[in-house]
Ligand binder design. Structure first.
Ligand SMILES: Cc1ncc(COP(=O)(O)O)c(C=O)c1O
Length: 430
């Protein structure tokens, strides 16, 4: 595969941007080689600047549930742009998208749009602290909630991929109020709440973890979180930035029937444009300025282009068949990966929820960060490179979710399965 133009651009980018990228995992460091520079995305495919095409299972890390350049999304952005790109004043589009989100997630009695998932989680925690008058927060090892100081503690995603310790630059005071528990560990959680429950403002959780690879909650885990937080007067925050519209049309809260107090969203609701949102119980949300004293603002929040792309995306998803088909295709792909691995004598565990999946190079189910870490990352790296050669673009890290879209059809799945068979065959030969 000729990647000479990408290589030239990467040299130039390295002079300008730390590591040559504007977000760490894009740099391919965990899998070796150099990142591809993308020229365009069309449907289920990414095309790099050298003209190579790939079936894309990253989809901008989840947002593109309708694939690249979906005609309805492109039309909505184009039409909206002709009337202006930002007003710094309210527009009806915000109400439309807000109502659409609410139709899928009725638990969000009120919400606020922001510009990224990081902003959403950071603010939801400020709000929880404002509401409860407490300062401690609980997060889970391997869960990633964006890069706010207090959340860069035992975080998954790029932090885990790069094997970074908790980031320098985070003041001890910021991280000191963050308590960390192992995902799915109910006894540890109970012990923590027994000791410190009255000091805890909120528990934030990826209800299906996606940032250590896909790790579903074990039966009783989310229920315990709900019970313990309610008993202690702490708030439960579901970070559905990734799982929203990905594990179920109503998010993990609908899939598992648990009502959090606050929810954070991002990715899919912006149809591929920068977005975040937080929302939930009205009595809590009314603490947000200007209706209440907790301050949060944003120059570009509720941006019309983002709102238009989000509306177009969620309008399509109102037809449940579209989402069901994506989930069905994801299951089919997962089954084929397992069958191919068995044939080749390769040990993998495929974990899938809805339209998200991870192929872990391990032989035991992954239920938390300790078990995720047992995966053979060098094997994954080799798998990633082989798949790229065969025209399939996977996440450049073992500890990430893969995503499907409505335009991943039979042709793309067949092509990917063939690629997987070839890659597994090579891996088996050692
Ligand atoms: C669960 C979760 N929360 C928060 C974030 C941060 O979102 P953003 O990258 O938009 O700041 C991410 C990003 O991947 C995420 O997966």
């Amino acid at each position: 595969m000729d990647t000479s133009k990408s290589q030239q651009l990467f040299s130039a980018a390295q002079q300008l941007f730390p590591g040559g990228v504007n977000s760490p995992v894009r740099a391919f460091r965990a899998v070796g080689g150099q990142p591809l520079f993308i020229d365009r995305g069309q449907g289920a495919y990414l095309y790099d600047v050298d003209g190579n095409g790939f079936v894309d299972f990253v989809l901008s890390w989840g947002p593109l549930i309708l694939g690249h350049s979906h005609p309805a999304v492109v039309a909505a952005i184009t039409e909206t742009a002709l009337r202006g790109t930002s007003f710094g004043a309210p527009s009806e589009l915000e109400i439309k998208l807000g109502r659409l989100i609410q139709a899928f997630m009725p638990n969000l009695e009120m919400l606020r749009f922001v510009n990224s998932g990081t902003e959403a989680t950071m603010t939801a925690l400020r709000l929880a602290r404002a509401y409860t008058g407490r300062s401690k927060i609980v997060k889970f090892e391997g869960c990633y909630h964006g890069h706010a100081d207090m959340l860069l503690v035992k975080a998954g995603s790029g932090v885990a991929t790069l094997g970074l310790p908790d980031s320098p630059g985070v003041p001890a005071a910021s991280a000191g109020d963050t308590l960390v528990v192992s995902f799915n560990d109910i006894p540890a959680l109970e012990m923590l709440f027994n000791q410190k429950g009255h000091e805890i403002a909120a528990v934030i959780v990826e209800p299906v973890a996606g940032n250590m690879g896909v790790v579903p909650p074990e039966p009783g885990f989310l229920e315990s979180l709900r019970r313990l937080t309610t008993e202690c007067g702490a708030l439960l925050i579901f970070d559905e930035v990734m799982t929203g519209f990905r594990v179920h049309l109503g998010g993990a809260q609908a899939l598992y029937g648990i009502q959090p107090d606050l929810t954070t969203l991002g990715k899919v609701i912006g149809g591929g444009l920068p977005v975040g949102a937080y929302g939930g119980r009205k009595d809590i949300m009314q603490m947000v300025a200007p209706s209440g004293p907790m301050y949060q603002a944003g120059t570009l929040s509720g941006n019309p282009l983002t709102m238009a792309a989000g509306i177009a995306t969620l309008e399509e998803l109102r037809n449940p068949e579209i989402w069901n088909n994506i989930a069905h295709t994801t299951t089919r792909l997962g089954n084929e990966v397992c069958a191919a691995a068995k044939d080749a004598g390769i040990k993998v565990v495929v974990q899938q929820v809805g339209t998200m999946f991870t192929t872990f190079f391990t032989d035991l189910p992954v239920k938390d960060w300790s078990s995720a870490k047992l995966a053979d990352t060098s094997k994954y790296a080799e798998f990633f490179r082989l798949m790229l050669e065969e025209g399939v673009y996977l996440a450049p890290s073992q500890f990430e979710a893969g995503f499907l879209s409505s335009v991943h059809g039979n042709i793309e799945i067949e092509k990917s399965i063939n690629a997987i068979k070839i890659a597994f065959h090579h891996l088996a030969k050692g």
